[in-house]
Design a binder for this molecule. Structure first.
Ligand SMILES: O=P(O)(O)OC[C@H]1O[C@H](O)[C@H](O)[C@@H](O)[C@@H]1O
Length: 447
């Protein structure tokens, strides 16, 4: 089996092979724009070669910082929003036991990694503070711009907590700042206070930054093998470098999505059958949504956590409006398994006794796929062999390179996100931030 297989055999009734061939010239052009830096947003495409061209010295510093945190902290608070936390959260869930975050100190082999600054809820923050209790903790504050409101508020709170607990000097030694190399409020503060700093490279946008210090430090603290993560991404960098659709599964994925979109399939559901993959879907949603949803177009990215959601909106997928398609992400070898117990009790499960749950799960996914295809929902399958760091790196790169091609195929700049500013402006206006006086008046009059 290959590291990642991409199966489009159930698309036959939706997309003709000929349609893909017709897209090849556009894919070739998109590939050229992406790789020669002649496309829109080219200044933000350094993630393409990141798996092989990263700062080795900083990488070693990340590993020693992770060891330091593991040695003096029971908890690491990762403060960030969007691309500054989704990748780490996805990877940590993907690589660890589902409930590892709830383990007791005795059960734990690495610090508990918790996330703050990804919402504006005081209730959430209070509950997190309660969870940390009197345990030793460190903070990794992450913001590429260094000016995002949500993490800035959370950082104020945790900085104060650290100073109260460890004193001003002690606190500084427990704060790790991941931000721009030159600019932003966080960079200025980190320089002034002397925090250990890590860099979000200029040419890597937030949603493409999981393989930089942004993702790597929290992942390493949680015990993830970041060498293997980078090795997997590097292998994918080689595997997905050919512009010929026949030889490039990531490009095929981009082209099929485009063909489907043109036919009115405007919502894509990324499907999983493992709770440890749920957060991967959240990471993917930002990657797709911010890259493609602009200029009045783009596929709407959503997720399906199965079989759970089959019992909630499964009905809609099967028989609702026919504008959906699904991309199933599944893992061949289960991380662990349960054998369905043998019993005399007549609970209707006699035909399954002695079977592995992974077998039942597999049959559920195969059966669902066929049912959804029969119901008019195109399905593609991305399958990785194992749920480990190497395969995760490979999978991340698959989706990243695909979205670059996909954005260009749909005629948008996949590397900006101008629309995200609209809510921020209104929030600042309503909060009365200096410089927004006129807007403040206009908005308040409308409420
Ligand atoms: O890392 P930061 O600069 O704090 O940005 C965090 C996130 O917020 C922004 O609004 C952007 O739209 C996202 O692309 C980004 O990942």
């Amino acid at each position: 089996m290959t590291t990642l297989s991409f199966d489009t055999s159930k698309l036959d009734t939706f997309v003709d092979a000929n349609e893909l061939t017709m897209l090849q010239p556009m894919v070739t052009l998109a590939d050229d724009m992406l790789r020669t830096g002649t496309g829109a947003g080219a200044a933000y495409t350094d993630w393409i070669n990141l798996p092989t061209e990263y700062d080795r010295t900083e990488f070693a510093r990340i590993q020693s910082a992770a060891k330091q945190i593991q040695s003096n902290s029971e908890v690491l608070v990762v403060i960030g929003i969007g691309g500054s936390y989704l990748g780490a959260r996805a990877a940590i869930d993907f690589l660890n036991d589902y409930f590892s975050s709830a383990y007791s100190s005795e059960q734990r082999t690495a610090p508990q990694v918790v996330f703050a600054g990804n919402n504006i809820s005081g209730q959430y923050l209070n509950s997190l503070i309660k969870l940390i209790g009197d345990r030793d903790f460190s903070v990794n504050v992450i913001s590429k711009s260094g000016t995002t409101t949500e993490p800035a508020i959370a950082f104020r709170v945790f900085k104060q907590m650290l100073e109260t607990k460890y004193g001003v000097t002690g606190a500084k030694a427990r704060i790790y700042a991941t931000t721009d190399a030159q600019k932003g409020a966080l960079k200025t503060l980190a320089d002034e206070e002397g925090y250990e700093e890590f860099v979000v490279p200029d040419g890597v946008g937030g949603r493409f930054s999981v393989l930089t210090a942004v993702g790597l430090l929290p992942i390493a603290v949680a015990g993830g093998d970041i060498d293997q993560l980078m090795a997997g991404a590097a292998a994918a960098q080689v595997a997905y470098s050919d512009s010929d659709l026949q030889n490039n599964a990531a490009y095929q994925y981009a082209a099929y999505r485009n063909a489907l979109y043109r036919k009115g399939y405007t919502t894509e559901l990324l499907i999983n059958y493992e709770p440890t993959l749920v957060q991967f879907g959240e990471w993917w949603k930002q990657l797709q949504g911010e890259s493609e949803g602009k200029d009045g177009k783009g596929i709407f990215p959503a997720t399906g956590n199965f079989s759970t959601d089959l019992h909630s909106f499964g009905q809609y997928i099967q028989e609702g409006r026919r504008n959906l398609f699904e991309t199933l992400v599944r893992v061949t070898e289960p991380v662990s398994d349960v054998i369905i117990p043998t019993t005399d009790a007549d609970d209707g499960l006699a035909y399954l006794q002695g079977e592995k749950m992974s077998y039942v799960n597999r049959m559920a996914s195969d059966g669902t796929l066929l049912a959804h295809v029969d119901g008019g929902v195109p399905n593609m399958v991305v399958e990785i062999e194992k749920q480990d760091a190497f395969h995760l790196g490979y999978l991340i790169y698959f989706f990243e390179i695909a979205v670059g091609i996909s954005g260009y195929l749909n005629g948008v700049n996949p590397f900006n996100q101008p629309g995200v500013e609209a809510y921020k402006r209104n929030m600042f206006g309503l909060l009365g931030k200096p410089g927004y006086e006129e807007l403040t008046e206009q908005l308040r009059a409308r409420l």
